[in-house]
Design a protein around this ligand. Structure first.
Ligand SMILES: Cc1cc2nc3c(=O)[nH]c(=O)nc-3n(C[C@H](O)[C@H](O)[C@H](O)COP(=O)(O)O)c2cc1C
Length: 302
């Protein structure tokens, strides 16, 4: 009898900010942990905007894991200092972001090509036994051999689990997630393993669990953005209405100017699985009053 799967909401920069995570937790639930989009260093400083999103007050009552992206031990240490300074005792490391700017700087999936930097990070983790760490990684940047070669280092890291997205960094989000390759990593990984990639339904998640019987869990990203009601028992329209109200309020209170607010609200709808006609009308609304009208008109038919 398989044990209950751990379910994580994937970090999605621009979509799963603290308001969205709270809205989902309060309106739907069913998620064990919500990962924040990565906190990064920019212009030599830990980005203030990122730290606002990980502010414990903004995340109170929501099971949250802050994520960092770093190119070496030094950056990693500074990011951990900032998060531990906020009171966090749980940190996830991104070794999978495929965005060219990050990869070129040796971060995200670019870090997978620098085993020496990963070892620096590992030493930094060992210096912080009070923190529970995890990593989220891809198979490699250019080839799967990179990830396989890293397994001894990853196995020696003090981790609660590894989340593996079985694509290469150079693929970005093209092609399909390679579940065969995931099974190979599963055999080699000493840590509990979490599967991430292209899961659209819980039946699909059970399929992955059947392949790897000791799997810790699954991390859901775009599938949950499309069907945020998926893990609960409320009607989709009710979930959308409640979540939208929270995200709207937060955007109106925290962003400057209608165009920034509209951009955030359009992102709310971007992946949601609603009829094309309604989505198109919402996306075309270019003023807040028009947007409010369009959403109010769409709600009853969603
Ligand atoms: C727009 C966008 C933003 C993302 N931001 C992050 C991020 O900040 N940190 C991270 O680890 N992964 C990030 N990802 C990757 C997702 O967390 C996830 O690994 C990926 O979407 C595959 O899972 P899915 O098929 O369930 O969506 C992002 C993906 C997308 C499409």
């Amino acid at each position: 009898m398989p044990t209950k799967l751990y379910i994580a909401f994937a970090p999605l920069q621009g979509y799963t900010d603290s308001a969205y995570r709270r809205a989902h937790h309060e309106c739907v639930g069913g998620v064990d942990e919500y990962y924040t989009p990565f906190v990064r260093i920019e212009g030599g400083e830990v980005r203030k905007k990122d730290l606002r999103d990980t502010d414990p007050e903004a995340n109170a009552g929501v099971p949250t894991v802050p994520q960092v992206i770093a190119k070496d031990g030094d950056e990693f240490a500074r990011l951990c200092d900032a998060l531990q300074g906020q009171g966090w005792g749980r940190i996830d490391l991104n070794m999978g972001c495929p965005f060219p700017m990050q990869v070129k700087a040796g971060r995200g999936s670019g870090l997978l090509q620098h085993p020496d930097h990963i070892e620096e990070i590992q030493r930094e983790m060992l210096r912080r036994p009070e923190v529970l760490f995890s990593v989220k990684m891809r198979l490699g940047q250019e080839s799967m051999d990179e990830g396989l070669a890293l397994m001894p280092i990853v196995n020696d890291m003090p981790l609660v689990h590894v989340t593996l997205h079985p694509r290469l960094g150079r693929q970005q989000y093209k092609g399909v997630a390679d579940r065969e390759a995931f099974s190979r990593f599963y055999e080699l990984c000493r840590h509990p393993l979490v599967y991430n990639g292209d899961i659209a339904t819980m039946e699909d998640a059970s399929g992955v669990q059947q392949r790897c019987s000791g799997l810790k869990g699954v991390m859901l990203g775009r599938g949950l953005l499309a069907h945020p009601w998926m893990l609960g028992d409320k009607e989709p329209a009710q979930v959308l209405q409640d979540m939208h109200a929270t995200v709207y309020r937060h955007a109106a209170e925290n962003l400057c100017g209608d165009s920034q607010i509209l951009a955030r609200l359009h992102a709310f709808w971007e992946y949601v699985d609603i009829p094309h006609k309604q989505k198109k009308a919402i996306m075309k609304a270019i003023s807040l009053p028009r947007y409010r009208e369009t959403v109010a008109a769409a709600m009853p038919v969603l």
